[in-house]
Design a protein around this ligand. Structure first.
Ligand SMILES: [Zn+2]
Ligand SMILES: [Zn+2]
Length: 393
């Protein structure tokens, strides 16, 4: 006895009852058949014995409401083919909660002829059959894979935009054998096991299952003399170089998508995309905040106090900035339009931070002049701090 019994056997017919028969009717029907076919009443009659066993088996299932329901479900599912579809998707067939482990438990309950192992075999065949069917189906165009790579740009290149040659290593089709894996001058042979189908079919009871051919790994052909370039795989690692345009203003950490620049598609499918992760090397002078460039400029105390014109570099030239008299340390001056030129033609600014530097050493003359200056100027405005100090001390 095997697991396909439930699917193949019509327990209702064995007992001679309708599928909608009540539990009572089932019991009555069983008793009738059992009485008629009992070996004690039919000594030496193998047909009667067979019928008696079949009735016991049928009643064993139909008398248990849980198992009867499972049996009904299973027969309707396999009968309609619904389970096969659902098994692939892993869903619940027919909207009815359908627990495979429950079914094993129910089927195995106290009757070793309904052992769970058989069911497991059957189910694993169905599942693998479903997958194999998917692989073996004629394959249509496939989109090429996306490719990711990283590139480091100079600060100025990132601001201005740049076109760079980018070299990518990716799997590709072997040029020597054009991907069939056979030594030039030879041809792959049709697989003798699957006769080129790439799948083999296995029968299990009233079902047959397809799986990828083990001999040719589902390809349908076998290579006898291997291509020396790719060693029969048909694939090699290919290096390709392409020019990639990085737009002006590309930022550190940005990911640029180049549509259709990934791996080529198969069988006429579109190419994948190329994703480039951008790293921007820092500049020794300039920093960057969004579209603004930043620059720190040291100024003397006298320049900050008296005011001055500063000539400062921009990324591509120089610009004169007016420092008004009385400019505090840390003041940010703005050179409009000297930042990153965006794609819409608008540009960020160059932000110049003034850094008043304190001389570490002074000449005697400078010291004398500074002391004279100090006598002539009011003290720094820190009365509010002095007041707090007096309160706490
Ligand atoms: Zn090759
Ligand atoms: Zn084969």
């Amino acid at each position: 006895m095997s697991s396909k019994d439930w699917i193949e056997k019509d327990f209702y017919a064995v007992l001679g009852v309708d599928k909608a028969a009540s539990a009572d009717d089932v019991k009555k029907a069983y008793r009738k058949v059992a009485r008629e076919s009992h070996p004690d009443h039919n000594p030496g009659d193998p047909k009667a014995e067979e019928r008696f066993k079949a009735a016991s088996e049928a009643y064993n299932v139909l008398s248990d409401s849980g198992r009867r329901r499972e049996y009904d479900e299973m027969r309707s599912l396999f009968g309609s083919g619904a389970f096969r579809r659902n098994a692939r998707g892993g869903g619940q067939p027919g909207g009815t909660p359908f627990d495979v482990s429950d079914m094993f438990g129910g089927a195995g309950g106290g009757d070793r002829r309904f052992g769970g192992a058989g069911f497991q075999d059957l189910f694993s065949s169905i599942f693998s059959g479903g997958q194999a069917g998917g692989q073996a189906a004629p394959r249509g165009p496939a989109r090429g894979r996306d490719v990711e790579t990283e590139v480091a740009l100079d600060f100025g290149d990132a601001v201005r935009g740049v076109t760079l040659p980018l070299t990518l290593r990716a799997p590709g089709v072997c040029d020597t054998c054009h991907g069939n894996g056979a030594k030039p001058g030879t041809q792959p042979r049709t697989c003798p096991v699957c006769h080129g189908a790439g799948v083999t079919t296995r029968d299990q009871g009233s079902f047959s299952f397809s799986e990828p051919c083990r001999n040719c790994q589902g390809v349908g052909t076998v290579v006898e003399e291997k291509c020396p370039e790719c060693h029969g795989s048909g694939g090699v690692t290919k290096t390709r170089t392409m020019n990639v345009r990085f737009p002006a203003g590309v930022a550190d950490g940005q990911r640029i998508r180049l549509a259709g620049r990934g791996e080529p598609g198969e069988r006429g499918g579109p190419a994948g995309d190329l994703f480039v992760h951008v790293k921007v090397r820092p500049d020794e002078l300039f920093g960057r905040t969004g579209d603004d460039l930043t620059l720190s400029v040291p100024v003397t105390f006298a320049e900050a106090v008296l005011g001055t014109d500063l000539r400062v570099p921009t990324l591509d030239g120089a610009v004169t900035l007016r420092v008004p008299p009385g400019t505090p340390s840390g003041r940010v001056l703005r050179a409009r339009g000297k930042g990153v030129v965006r794609r819409d033609g608008q540009a960020g600014d160059l932000l110049v931070t003034l850094d008043v530097v304190v001389p570490a050493r002074l000449s005697d003359e400078a010291r004398t002049a500074l002391e004279s200056f100090a006598e002539q100027t009011p003290p720094a405005a820190r009365e509010h701090l002095d007041a707090r100090v007096r309160r706490v001390s």
